[in-house]
Design a protein around this ligand. Structure first.
Ligand code: HSE
Length: 341
């Protein structure tokens, strides 16, 4: 299986780590022989149709900040679109940063790959939140797979649980904590009496918040995840604009004290209910004995389905190796469906 990596941040680098460390196991256990044939980052690209030396590329990236400096195979050429079009590969892994306003540059990368008949695995929420129904249609039209396990829950298989494990059931509602940064902030505000501003500073110092923290605190990151789940797990065809979104900016220490008096805590809850319009993100009082009332940066999602009843999945919602493990899961699924080794 030949791969083009577009974006070489922490998730894509972790993926190359896993591919290196698990090379033998992937071959023996799954018959998979992944070869990364091109990587594009902001400073340039590196290309070898026979497969790149991933240890070398990672070393160059950490020394020079770009893969362009890789001896022999590196170049200053930054056009991911041209590389996706020209380089022979079965799968494009799109891992550029999320932009929830335009979806770019990820949107163009994904469209280009699908139109060229290449499968796509992405961890980029922007294009999916803005245009998942159209992108799924484009994938089907071009006989390509579009997979995105890592966009919800990092490595925690929330999408796979709903899609695969509940396949015989009917999901009636989904609700839970989908954003680790705001969960950390609300936990600290509750525990230490911090204000919103102090909690945001603490989250930034720990490196949890997105570069643009509005994505976390105003609820947009959680709303993007809700949009992806609604499409993938409940068959709705919606985009980000169909989600009612309220973040945690107005949550005051007094609100948390009131919640505590009622035996609960305030959590930013994403919800997909029964009704067509019942799709939201909002600060919500959750009882402390409810299993989804978890602290720290964890994510927790409850599925309520017709036959199986309530099921809850809890795990880390972010992180390089964690999210890279979701990318590998998607690659293995594609390999199984395509019998590409
Ligand atoms: N900023 C996100 C979070 C990262 O805090 O959950 C993972 O999508």
């Amino acid at each position: 299986m030949r791969l083009i990596l577009v974006g070489f941040g922490v998730v894509a680098r972790s993926l190359t780590d896993i591919l290196t460390v698990r090379k033998q196991e992937l071959l023996e256990r799954y018959g998979m022989h992944p070869r990364v044939v091109a990587i594009v980052d902001k400073g340039g690209s590196v290309l070898n149709p026979k497969g790149l030396d991933l240890d070398e590329v990672r070393r160059v990236k950490s020394e020079f900040g770009t893969v362009a400096e890789t001896p022999e195979y590196g170049s200053k050429r930054t056009s991911a679109v041209a590389i996706i079009d020209e380089v022979d590969a079965e799968v494009v892994v799109e891992a550029t940063p999320t932009n929830l306003e335009t979806g770019e540059p990820g949107m163009t990368h994904i469209e280009t790959a699908l139109k060229a008949g290449r499968h796509v695995v992405t961890v980029n929420k922007g294009p999916l939140a803005l245009a998942l129904p159209a992108l799924m249609e484009m994938a089907a039209y071009n006989c390509a797979y579009l997979r995105f396990s890592g966009t919800v829950g990092g490595g925690t298989p929330i999408l796979d649980f709903g899609r695969k494990c509940l396949t015989s059931d009917k999901i009636l509602s989904i609700e839970g904590i989908l954003n680790g940064t705001t969960n950390y902030m609300l936990t600290e505000m509750d525990k230490l009496g911090l204000t919103f501003e102090e909690a945001l500073k603490a989250a930034q110092e720990k490196g949890y918040a997105e570069a643009n923290p509005a994505l976390d605190v105003d609820g947009w990151d959680a709303a993007a995840k809700v949009t992806i789940m609604a499409n993938w797990l409940t068959g709705r065809e919606i985009t980000l604009k169909d989600v009612s979104v309220k973040g945690i900016r107005d949550v005051k220490p007094a609100d948390l004290k009131n919640a505590a008096k009622q035996g609960g805590a305030v959590k930013l809850i994403g919800r997909i209910g029964d009704g067509e319009d019942d799709i939201s993100v909002a600060p919500t009082l959750v009882k402390r004995d409810d299993p989804i009332c978890i602290g720290g940066t964890l994510n927790a999602v409850r599925f309520h389905s017709e036959f199986a009843g309530n099921e809850i999945i809890i795990g880390k919602g972010a992180g390089g190796p964690e999210t890279a493990s979701a990318v590998l899961r998607d690659l293995l699924e594609i390999r199984e469906r395509m019998s590409v080794n």
